[in-house]
Design a protein around this ligand. Structure first.
Ligand code: ZN
Length: 651
């Protein structure tokens, strides 16, 4: 969609006052020159990238309106829409407050320590003026506070900072971070990138974060545009909020808002790359890849966002799943992790899919469509009724990539670039710019490239030299298992299964701790735990008469009851139930203040949660002469060569 600002239309202007930090309230003054006789205004109910109706309007209050010196009645039409009857062309001025005390990346926050906002929470949409310019001024910042945003700054004056966006959709795609945060910069392929971190511990290694982020960004830019290519933005901003314990991110056209655990940030003097920091780098990689895959390449249905209600698409398996595939792949490609570490990440995703009985209930296309009330509204039944379009979608990407590579007809990289090229082919426009100032001249931004599943199928056919309709039907619209195990050896990866944890073998998901004890969060469909009558919320107090605070401790005395297993018990702390009818187990359970005794019959045939270990064949050991690392397929391509091509940095 292209918005061509009508030159005669004056910009809509928002003045955002951030001084009421103790009230956690932004005060907004909205000025509309030449308003409609009946001016309608509304606040979005959702923010792009987070597929849930969040009713931002519930935090808006105290709205009043004036035109010249005359007060105007504000009539509320529904939970998120207002209208004002105007007289004459004098500017309509609205004032309102927005309560902001949500630390997530999706809404707004303001305290004496920090501020953050998305304009979907603060800026009313002025109906009829969406395609015109939108200006925003920020005033009342506490002393010593700084501002980070990717929105174009028009000017900074003593009385505030002034920003501009070409249209309403751009306005709401630039979050703002406010406060006394850490700030660093780097260039990727010659383009300015800024990284701000709020809330970090002293001793946090900002320089390392910049170096590692730069490697990720350069890999992604090369992936899409080649060694000398430029990304479709002039500047990119990472805004990371470090907190005690949280994880998430939201992608935007030239920035991302991230939230992560403080302990996952790199520390000065720390060697190695811990799992926590790896998770953070994966998040950075994920959100940055979205700059192409969902912010520009996007579901055709989402090219024109309806801010008033759910916007359905069946394609999140592609936009979230494929992004989840390429996020970790970029880490091995740019050398931040080695192959063995990458294989572990792949195994984790495979285990996550295998541990969801809901994969037999829902396809990833259905899961995408249902995101609004399933993925974003998870409860104790979630693993039984739904499948994650992130994890299974990333496994679909893996299967497609390995199939393309096995057949010697390109790769999923080429498929993604083929789709990107549709932008130019279809004459996709240059994204709306902010006027004639020329600040973005020369920027090659294709704007929206709306794609359908037919486009994805066509791109696979063009790259792969044959139809992939059967694969898409089975993997995207079907509920069967993906052929991951069959495809792994084609790149020299081997799969093994670890001994299950007791909770996994019984079909339980728990929250455990010395204080909370062992509480059931979810009972998997068809499991021994379900047959025993365990329910979400039950606290497992004892197993065979012994108190437990971690269920796996019970594995030690349960193993002792099964003499035939002793010989097999190696260093694994969890014993593995065997097919030879293990003995029934007595569980003492607290449910809603009552103490119950339940009998659980471990059933080797019941739903199990396998934990997969993927080994890079020959890694760290001497590969045998017949190992996959030395093998070659019918085309004479060495398997190790194929794996090297898969993991090589984009050129
Ligand atoms: Zn995502």
């Amino acid at each position: 969609m292209k918005h061509t600002p009508r030159p005669s239309t004056p910009p809509v202007h928002y003045r955002i006052d951030a001084s009421a930090t103790h009230a956690h309230t932004y005060r907004v003054t909205l000025t509309i020159d030449e308003p409609s006789p009946t001016q309608v205004l509304s606040l979005p109910v959702w923010i792009a990238g987070s597929y849930m109706v969040r009713e931002f309007g519930r935090h808006l209050s105290a709205m009043s309106a004036t035109q010249g010196r005359a007060a105007r009645d504000v009539q509320q039409l529904d939970k998120t829409t207002w209208q004002v009857h105007c007289s004459g062309s004098a500017a309509l001025v609205l004032q309102y407050e927005v309560y902001a005390y949500d630390t997530s990346v999706r809404t707004a926050f303001l305290s004496a320590d920090r501020g953050f906002f998305n304009n979907t929470s603060l800026c009313l949409r002025v109906h009829g003026r969406e395609s015109g310019a939108h200006h925003l001024s920020l005033v009342g910042l506490p002393r010593g506070w700084d501002v980070a945003t990717a929105m174009t700054c028009r000017k900074a004056s003593g009385r505030g900072l002034h920003y501009e966006a070409a249209d309403y959709d751009e306005l709401v795609d630039h979050p703002f971070e406010l406060g006394p945060f850490w700030r660093g910069r780097f260039k990727a392929q010659g383009v300015e990138h800024e990284f701000v971190v709020a809330g970090a511990w002293p001793g946090f290694d900002g320089q390392r974060l910049l170096r590692d982020s730069q490697r990720i960004c350069e890999e992604h830019i090369r992936f899409w545009h080649g060694a000398r290519g430029k990304p479709p933005f002039q500047k990119y901003v990472f805004m990371l909020h470090a907190v005690d314990d949280s994880y998430g991110g939201l992608e935007h056209r030239a920035s991302t808002a991230l939230i992560a655990a403080r302990k996952d940030l790199p520390r000065v003097g720390e060697g190695g790359l811990g799992d926590g920091y790896l998770t953070l780098l994966g998040l950075i990689s994920h959100e940055y890849f979205h700059t192409w895959n969902v912010k520009r390449l996007k579901p055709a249905e989402l090219c024109r966002i309806d801010h008033t209600k759910e916007n359905y698409t069946e394609l999140l398996w592609f936009f979230e799943g494929f992004t989840s595939y390429f996020d970790d792949l970029a880490l091995v490609r740019c050398g931040l992790i080695d192959g063995a570490r990458y294989a572990k990440l792949l195994a984790k995703a495979a285990t996550a899919v295998q541990s969801m009985p809901g994969r037999r209930v829902q396809s990833v296309a259905q899961a995408s469509f249902d995101a609004w009330n399933k993925y974003y509204r998870q409860d104790e039944n979630t693993p039984n009724s739904t499948i994650s379009y992130y994890t299974k979608g990333s496994q679909v990407a893996l299967c497609l990539d390995l199939t393309l590579r096995r057949e010697g007809r390109g790769s999923l990289d080429a498929v993604m670039r083929h789709l990107w090229a549709l932008g130019a082919e279809r004459g996709s426009h240059v994204v709306a710019t902010t006027g004639a100032r020329g600040s973005r001249a020369g920027l090659r931004d294709p704007g929206n490239i709306g794609i359908t599943e037919a486009d994805i199928a066509q791109a696979l056919k063009a790259v792969g030299g044959r139809s992939y309709a059967a694969e898409l039907k089975a993997w995207v619209h079907g509920k069967g298992e993906l052929p991951v195990a069959e495809l792994l050896p084609t790149v020299g990866l081997a799969q093994s299964r670890e001994a299950e944890r007791l909770s996994a073998a019984w079909g339980l998901r728990l929250s455990e701790g010395p204080v909370t004890g062992c509480v059931v969060r979810q009972v998997l469909r068809g499991s021994a735990a379900e047959a025993a009558g365990l329910c979400a919320g039950d606290e497992i107090l004892a197993v065979q008469g012994w108190r437990v605070r971690r269920l796996d401790d019970a594995a030690q005395w349960l193993a002792a009851q099964q003499p035939q297993e002793r010989a097999n018990k190696g260093s694994n702390q969890a014993s593995r139930p065997r097919a030879a009818a293990p003995a029934a187990v007595a569980l003492l359970v607290n449910r809603d203040q009552r103490i119950l005794t339940l009998t659980l019959q471990p059933d080797p045939q019941a739903t199990r949660v396998p934990t997969l270990q993927w080994m890079v064949d020959g890694a760290g050991t001497k590969p045998g002469p017949g190992s996959a690392a030395h093998a070659a397929d019918a085309k004479g391509v060495a398997v190790s060569e194929r794996r090297r091509a898969w993991w090589s940095a984009s050129a």
